[in-house]
Design a protein around this ligand. Sequence first.
Ligand SMILES: *[C@@H]1O[C@H](CO)[C@@H](O)[C@H](O)[C@H]1NC(C)=O
Ligand SMILES: *[C@@H]1O[C@H](CO)[C@@H](O)[C@H](O)[C@H]1NC(C)=O
Ligand SMILES: *[C@@H]1O[C@H](CO)[C@@H](O)[C@H](O)[C@H]1NC(C)=O
Ligand SMILES: *[C@@H]1O[C@H](CO)[C@@H](O)[C@H](O)[C@H]1NC(C)=O
Length: 545
Amino acid sequence: MRHVFVEVVVLISLVILELSYAFAPIVSYQWVVSYSQRFILGGNKQVIVINDMFPGPMLNATANDVIIVNIFNNLHEPFLMTWNGLQLRKNSWQDGVRGTNCPILPGTNWTYRFQVKDQIGSYFYFPSLLLQKAAGGYGAIRIYTPELVPVPFPKPDEEYDILIGDWFYADHTVMRASLDTGHSLPKPDGILFNGRGPEETFFAFEPGKTYRLRISNVGLKTCLNFRIQDHDMLLVETEGTYVQKRVYSSLDIHVGQSYSVLVTAKTDPVGIYRSYYIYATARFTDFYLGGRALIRYPNSPLDPVGPVPLAPASWDYSSSVEQALSIRMDLNVGAARSNPQGSYHYGRINVTRTIILHNDVMLSSGKLRYTINGVSFVYPDTPLKLVDHFQLNDTIIPDMFPVYPSNKTPSLGTSVVDIHYKDFVHIVFQNPLFELESYHIDGYNFFVVGYGFGAWSESKRAGYNLVDAVSRSTIQVYPYSWAAILIAMDNQGMWNVRSQKAEQWYLGQELYMRVKGEGQEDPSNIPVRDENPIPGNVIRCGKVL
Ligand SMILES: *[C@@H]1O[C@H](CO)[C@@H](O)[C@H](O)[C@H]1NC(C)=O
Ligand SMILES: *[C@@H]1O[C@H](CO)[C@@H](O)[C@H](O)[C@H]1NC(C)=O
Ligand SMILES: *[C@@H]1O[C@H](CO)[C@@H](O)[C@H](O)[C@H]1NC(C)=O
Ligand SMILES: *[C@@H]1O[C@H](CO)[C@@H](O)[C@H](O)[C@H]1NC(C)=O
């Protein structure tokens, strides 16, 4: 009887789901992913293009739209696309990472279908498998605010997507082989702006107009300081959150992060008869590495003049932390919905669980690996999401997440942490290494409540920002430091938690959070309650052929 009831409920919710799909506008794309030779930074490289474009086409939609992307994989390798920062509510089936999806095999196609529910902002997509991001395959995502919901700044005259990132001459398969044999990625060979080298990309400015620049760091490892000669930037949005408007002369953009700034073009006659540099230079590195693009006014000569905008000192940790703490949520505005963001008082919710994520390195058979809480992630041949769905009893992945600190020897493993739906979780990222970290959580935004040097302890909670912390999906953790976030676990599914740094991610610095509602622990229950059902076109692999 109970089963019948459950099935009826599931049927009804399927109908409701279909209805909410049916009324939402649909944005649909056909993307062909293939290789192409491109001459970049003075060298030829085989890059991954989408519809022959590098970077790929902009994915442009409005909050609550249904997005359909049919991807044809013309590479010689398996492929998955992931949507960095899109929450894919209750739909980790569409996340495009190895723990949730079987790959799209060469010569085949697969259609992603998801709704961008209650989400706005600037993001990017990129290939998640096999270090393919080192060959490109990425592009910008813009999710606009619905018509009737106010935006906290006047409509800009024009918008530009700016994808910045480090670049390597080497082929991604060669770089991958090097990681496989235990070597680290070398120093990058340069910094690209929208897939191009120094001064090959320019943005046209008209006197007096205002531009929204949507900037993402799509690189593999390098934190970039972004700045524009003689133009200030008014920060307005960070990964889907409208922030308190502040003027910055330069902005640190860590690997995987996205920002929107407004820049007003000059009007004075001297100012508009010039070109200006846009710089992105490496921070927290021992070497100089920079990329440049240009702003051009109508009829301006091509060569910029005057002093280039100064970078902060590369290792000046405190200026970077200070800037990070100054980026705060604007409590007076809504984002995708019309109710103000500040109506949700995250600081008053009781934390139900604290999780410490401690990254480190280990050697496995003499080869470098990265760990979280002593486990370096390895994938089973069947995606975790499918193992759970098909209840493959011999392979089901238990929650073996090691609590930090543990006295176990670091090892390879498949780290899945079970989390109760509706829990309010406090996560502390603890970085004991002399290198910058960048972490991302799929399916969620979280409140960044604190940063500090050294080891985290309970007493640090007293200094948390419990009022207007920014809500975002990628966070930096400074060398020998900690960073703390609060996260409302309101999105069921199997969600990837990863280092955004390609080498760390590729070599095991990740885990999955399995977020389930009450009763879903019992495997005989219907495991998809409240989650989207398995897609009809699901690709099978491993043990579910
Ligand atoms: C983005 O989509 C909206 C609505 O579909 C459209 O009005 C707008 O022109 C698009 N913008 C770009 C730059 O393609
Ligand atoms: C592959 O593309 C075809 C043609 O557009 C489409 O009809 C089909 O549904 C796609 N296959 C999958 C699995 O998405
Ligand atoms: C939070 O915890 C405190 C102390 O345990 C308790 O008094 C309070 O009712 C809790 N608040 C909520 C919203 O659960
Ligand atoms: C897994 O175990 C459950 C109960 O223990 C059983 O009902 C189900 O048929 C099993 N599934 C498979 C694939 O063996």
